[in-house]
Design a protein around this ligand. Structure first.
Ligand SMILES: [Zn+2]
Length: 460
């Protein structure tokens, strides 16, 4: 059975407090279950990054096992990964969790959907900060009829790791690991040192890694990992396709990918009803904001869903993301990259923003700190600060008094990289880029045009 039910004998909210809260005496020492479980259609996880502490978003060191994320998103992705059916990615964990991340050993795997733009409701599976005071409580999990919502109190100073928090701060990854255990259906454990203990001592890093008792708890809900469960062993990027190798792929398989763009709420992008190739591999188009994927085969239980597997961008790969602002003539523009984006070639990677208003000043700007989704100039700022601007150009196109969408901006990114002006632009670095141009058809301060975003990985 895979239906979900609302727990009837427990409070709808579980709170995690600092050490010092009273423990209820119990006759046995073990995990507890709330009667709640998540079905296959409630595996998505998103993060709404409304965190206000600088220390919650100062980890900019990206990790190949959790590609394309940093800050609080990376901390939350690691946290939910810890409960999945097997070790994540190449199994090496990160330098602060060298025994690996992902040791639940149950038929349970979350579908990472990345950053979203809304707190969501109690069924929407979003982690966010709550502007409130917990009075010693750090965080809590709410349950709807079909999902959960995790809130971390703003009066706590949060730290995204990956090392120990700054003095006085609390570890996002550890606390979210605990709260996600509630979302899975675990109550508090009476076992000393368990991640699901009712209180945490110190800075919270000790509960990043689940313990024997927590593992037994998640297996009690979802069953021990089935030998028949599909398994993703590796993912290669071949041309414009992702090629998945593994076991247990059958006709009718679906591939769940990280959401294609910053969405209001988390939802995997699903490529459905695939037939494996004769060599057993599955092929899906390379598109969207690739970060992780899972394979779902026909079936209703968690044993029909594979492990989650990270997918780093191919060097030189580029994807559109985010939303363009329609200009005053109704045209929209998405940056396109042609050529081989390279840290060693002197030229030849052209980024072009077409369909712009003609004969207006404009420029392309970029950052290397990730995507963004902030209101700006009547549209969306798609690039996380800090931002660097390329030189101002005229969009050209039709001669006045004609006014149309024949304008364009074009830059050779390889020449910019080769200039050495930005030492952050090395092989493997990821650029998030957007075009900006004047649009006098809108009243100030919204008299600007904004293209969609482009995410591109620099090749060797
Ligand atoms: Zn708790």
């Amino acid at each position: 059975m895979s239906f979900r039910r609302r727990p009837s004998l427990v409070a709808p909210v579980f709170a995690l407090a600092a050490a010092g809260a009273l423990l209820a005496p119990r006759s046995s020492r073990a995990f507890t279950l709330t009667g709640w479980s998540l079905g296959l259609d409630a595996r998505e996880v998103g993060v709404f990054d409304n965190f206000t502490d600088p220390s919650a978003n100062d980890n900019v060191a990206q990790h190949p096992n959790w590609p394309g994320t940093s800050g609080v998103e990376l901390a939350c992705w690691k946290a939910v990964t810890e409960w999945q059916s097997e070790l994540f990615g190449d199994g090496s964990g990160d330098p602060f969790q060298p025994d690996g991340v992902g040791s639940g050993g149950a038929n349970f795997d979350p579908a990472w959907c990345g950053a979203v733009t809304s707190v969501g409701g109690v069924d929407d599976n979003v982690i966010s900060e709550l502007n409130g005071t917990g009075g010693g409580v750090f965080a809590f999990t709410e349950f709807g009829s079909n999902g959960w919502r995790i809130r971390l109190y703003r009066d706590v100073t949060w730290d995204d790791g990956p090392g120990a928090p700054i003095p006085g701060a609390v570890d996002v990854q550890g606390v979210v690991t605990h709260e996600y255990g509630h979302a899975l259906g675990l109550g508090h454990s009476t076992v000393t040192g368990a991640t699901m203990g009712p209180v945490i001592s110190g800075d919270g890093t000790s509960v990043r890694s689940i313990e024997v008792d927590d593992r037994a708890g998640v297996q009690a809900i979802y069953g021990a990992r089935s030998a028949a469960k599909p398994h993703v062993a590796s993912v290669a990027i071949v041309g414009n396709e992702l090629v998945l190798s593994g076991t247990g792929f059958v006709p009718g398989s679906d591939v769940w990918l990280t959401s294609a763009s910053l969405a209001p709420l988390p939802a995997p992008a699903i490529v459905g009803n695939l037939t494996p190739f004769p060599d057993g591999t599955l092929h899906v188009p390379l598109a969207g904001n690739v970060g992780a994927l899972l394979v779902r085969v026909p079936g209703a239980s968690g044993a029909a869903l594979s492990n989650s597997y990270p997918v780093a961008d191919a060097p030189g790969a580029a994807f559109a993301y985010c939303t363009a602002k329609p200009n005053s003539l109704g045209c929209t523009s998405t940056p396109l990259l042609s050529g081989n984006l390279s840290a060693s070639l002197p030229s030849g990677a052209l980024v072009t923003c077409a369909s712009l208003l003609n004969q207006k000043f404009g420029l392309v700007f970029y950052g290397t700190s990730g995507p963004h989704s902030a209101a700006f100039g009547g549209g969306t700022l798609c690039v996380h600060p800090p931002i660097r601007r390329l030189s101002v150009q005229s969009t050209g196109g039709s001669t006045p008094p004609t006014s149309d969408c024949s304008g364009a901006l074009q830059y050779d990114l390889n020449a910019w990289i080769a200039s050495g002006a930005d030492p952050a632009l090395v092989a493997g670095a990821v650029l998030w880029l957007q075009g900006w141009s004047r649009d006098p058809g809108f009243a100030p301060p919204d008299n600007v045009g904004l293209t969609a975003g482009l995410r591109a990985t620099i090749g060797p």
